[in-house]
Write a protein that binds this ligand. Structure first.
Ligand SMILES: [Zn+2]
Length: 318
């Protein structure tokens, strides 16, 4: 289940223009600079229900001590990080009026601050979990996280500009949680087109990987023909036998066939190919990269599976 609750503001030119973003390359961390203001306060503020926010501002997600609120779908543009030229070349977008603009390539996450201006431990930890969820969804990792300060030079989040070690600690926490022990984090759960061995690996006749019939040196390229399971543990198949599917030992490569745009809210995705016990949900208008179609599901770049029904997703070829 998602820990990010939806509290969408109505579309408006100031805080939710409704523009669909095509790619997500990074997550930008902010602070609200509004002492004692909660996530709900900000959702209401940007909705215009308490007098209105008639300035171009916002972010997709606001986090405080008790909750994490999305005020618009992650796949829409928020005016969060473009008050000065973007300093990170790879984040400069190329979408119409937004040329050079990091708002079309990133998701903004705002941390609410306490009355004394600090980021509480609860808010810090909830922001870690929020960002981990977004990283899994968009196939990002701790090296794809930036402070607003890194992108435009703005003093935001001020506590992390004053003390960069706090941002480093945040990234370390995200990295630690991303390395968790779900099957798709540790193993390939689909067959890449080919792999390169990261260490010396064995070739086995048996899916249990009992007796090696050959050893491949580190750096060997092998063509993969399929996937097999030893109980719940995936193995990769080659024309000659079985090898490990452990991402610590092999790195897989695969072409992408295109992207999908999600057409409904709360669409389930799964960390292996199945239809029960979803790993999470995505919002309407989220754009995801598709590695291949497997029966009636798409395998996503993140390693997750999602329905291929055109009632729920719209596919665009690469
Ligand atoms: Zn900011």
């Amino acid at each position: 289940m998602s820990i990010i609750k939806k509290d969408y503001v109505i579309k408006n030119q100031y805080s939710r223009p409704g523009t669909i973003r095509k790619v997500t390359k990074a997550i930008i961390l902010h602070y609200t600079a509004n002492k004692g203001g909660t996530a709900k306060n900000h959702a209401d503020f940007f909705d215009g229900t308490d007098g209105g926010a008639y300035r171009y501002a916002g972010a997709q997600v606001f986090v405080d001590r008790i909750e994490s609120l999305a005020i618009m779908p992650f796949g829409e543009v928020a005016y969060q990080a473009n008050e000065a030229a973007c300093r990170i070349a790879k984040l400069k977008g190329v979408l119409g009026n937004y040329a050079g603009n990091a708002n079309v390539t990133t998701i903004g996450v705002e941390m609410c601050i306490e009355k004394d201006g600090s980021i509480s431990t609860e808010t810090f930890n909830r922001t870690v979990d929020t960002v981990v969820e977004l990283c899994k969804l968009y196939d990002l990792n701790e090296s794809d996280l930036y402070r607003h300060y890194d992108v435009t030079g703005k003093n935001c989040p001020a506590p992390w500009v004053a003390r960069p070690s706090d941002f480093k600690r945040f990234k370390n926490e995200v990295a630690r949680k991303l390395k968790g022990d779900t099957t798709s984090n540790k193993f390939y759960t689909y067959a890449p087109d080919h792999i390169i061995s990261l260490v010396e690996i064995g070739l086995y006749k048996d899916v249990k990987l009992k007796e090696p019939i050959k050893r491949y040196a580190k750096g060997t390229h092998l063509t993969i023909t399929g996937i097999a399971y030893d109980g719940k543990t995936p193995r990769l198949k080659t024309a000659k036998g079985f090898i490990s599917a452990n991402k610590k030992y092999v790195k897989g490569y695969h072409d992408y066939i295109g992207t999908i745009k999600v057409l409904v809210d709360d669409l389930n995705f799964y960390d292996t190919k199945r239809w029960n016990n979803p790993s999470g949900q995505v919002d309407k208008n989220t754009v995801l990269t598709v590695v291949k179609k497997v029966d009636d599901m798409y395998l996503l770049k993140s390693g997750n599976y999602i329905t291929a029904s055109n009632k729920y997703v719209q596919f665009s070829k690469k």
